[in-house]
Design a protein around this ligand. Structure first.
Ligand code: ADP
Ligand code: MG
Length: 328
């Protein structure tokens, strides 16, 4: 299968403003290393998951893919072309092809804008269709996400959380994009309608031949929708594999911890729980060597010094851990 997106050793460092006193003591600039050397490929038509705890750099990675923030280092290729080197005209075309759905639908919608105008907005921005044609397209997009055209004249506050996220999804699909980055799309939606929204995303994928990057901290949601999953920890990918393989044969201690924390309905199937000790360290001064060593029960001396790279341990199964794949 063809790669739609290639993310090549991408980093995003946010500079931290220092106080006057801090500047006297150290001239060196400090950074939040939100994303620190991430590489992955997305195949056309697949759902690739980015999972990990809050603060691991998932959203920042998504923002770079859609071009809303520039990498400090590294390249992002969409359809073979480096996003950073596109002309403004090409960038406009790219904005049609890649869309992002954010976690909070209320924040994504202008409270004073009627639903119809909100869904129509991308069409107007790109100068597509006549007013009448645009209205038709809005009506069709609303129906595709399970909302009747009568929603056009309502305001966001009149809708439920799930309905609002459907509106946001309608707006994301109206330009017929090729890739959608969905950042925690059900995190703020009522638990009872989460599965419906996930099913909607999957059915739209089928209908339009979409590709998704699905960002979530929720492993069960990831297992439901993703073909492959990349597990992130403190700005790096620690493991990447097909979804079934990842759940059947997790190799990185952090992945094992995440999976063991997923609730299972049958208590007899419950795995031994393994929760990493302590808090997730700060991305300003991430631990040297393996970033996970401070919380890892299997860490050996070399883990404190040597930063592991992501290696293909089994076919299509990548792990950044020198200890586990061999000795456990
Ligand atoms: P996630 O989506 O996995 O929770 P984020 O990508 O939002 O992670 O954040 C990764 C790290 O980068 C966090 O420590 C966060 O505080 C920091 N960060 C994100 N955006 C900014 C920003 N604009 N300026 C400074 N730090 C940021
Ligand atoms: Mg996030």
């Amino acid at each position: 299968m063809e790669n739609i997106l290639v993310v090549d050793n991408v980093k995003k460092y946010f500079p931290i403003e220092k106080s006057f006193i801090e500047r006297i003591f150290s001239k060196e600039k400090t950074y939040v290393k939100a994303v620190d050397g991430v590489s992955f490929k997305v195949l056309r038509g697949e759902v690739l998951g980015l999972v990990g705890e809050s603060g691991s750099g998932k959203t920042t990675t998504g923002l770079m893919v859609v071009g809303l923030t520039k990498p400090t280092y590294g390249r992002i290729l969409f359809d073979g072309a480096d996003i950073a080197s596109l002309s403004s005209r090409e960038l406009r075309q790219l904005r049609k092809k890649i869309q992002m759905v954010f976690q909070d639908p209320m924040a994504s919608l202008n409270p004073r804008m009627k639903i119809g105008e909100a869904v129509e907005e991308p069409l107007r921005i790109h100068g597509i269709g006549s007013a009448k044609e645009r209205r038709e397209m809005v009506s069709e997009a609303l129906q595709k996400v399970g909302l009747s055209p009568s929603f056009m004249d309502r305001f966001p506050h009149e809708l439920s959380g799930g309905q609002r996220q459907r509106v946001v999804i309608a707006r994301a699909i109206i330009l017929k994009p090729e890739l959608i980055v969905a950042d925690e799309p059900v995190a703020m939606v009522d638990v009872s309608v989460r599965a419906q929204i996930l099913d909607l995303l999957l059915s739209l994928k089928k209908e339009y031949g979409l590709t998704y990057i699905f960002i979530t901290h929720d492993l069960s949601a990831a297992s439901y929708v993703c073909d492959r999953i990349a597990v992130m920890y403190l700005g790096k990918i620690v493991e990447l594999a097909n979804t079934d393989e990842l759940f059947d044969n997790p190799m990185h201690p952090y992945t094992k911890a995440l999976i063991s924390a997923v609730p299972v309905p049958d208590p007899r199937l419950r795995r031994e729980k393994f929760i990493p000790s302590g808090e997730i360290p700060s991305p300003i001064n991430p631990p040297e060597g393996c970033r996970f060593h401070t919380r890892c029960p299997y860490a050996i001396e070399s883990c404190r010094k040597n930063e592991p790279t992501l290696e293909e341990i089994l076919r299509d199964h990548f792990v950044a851990c020198p200890v586990l794949p061999f000795s456990h």
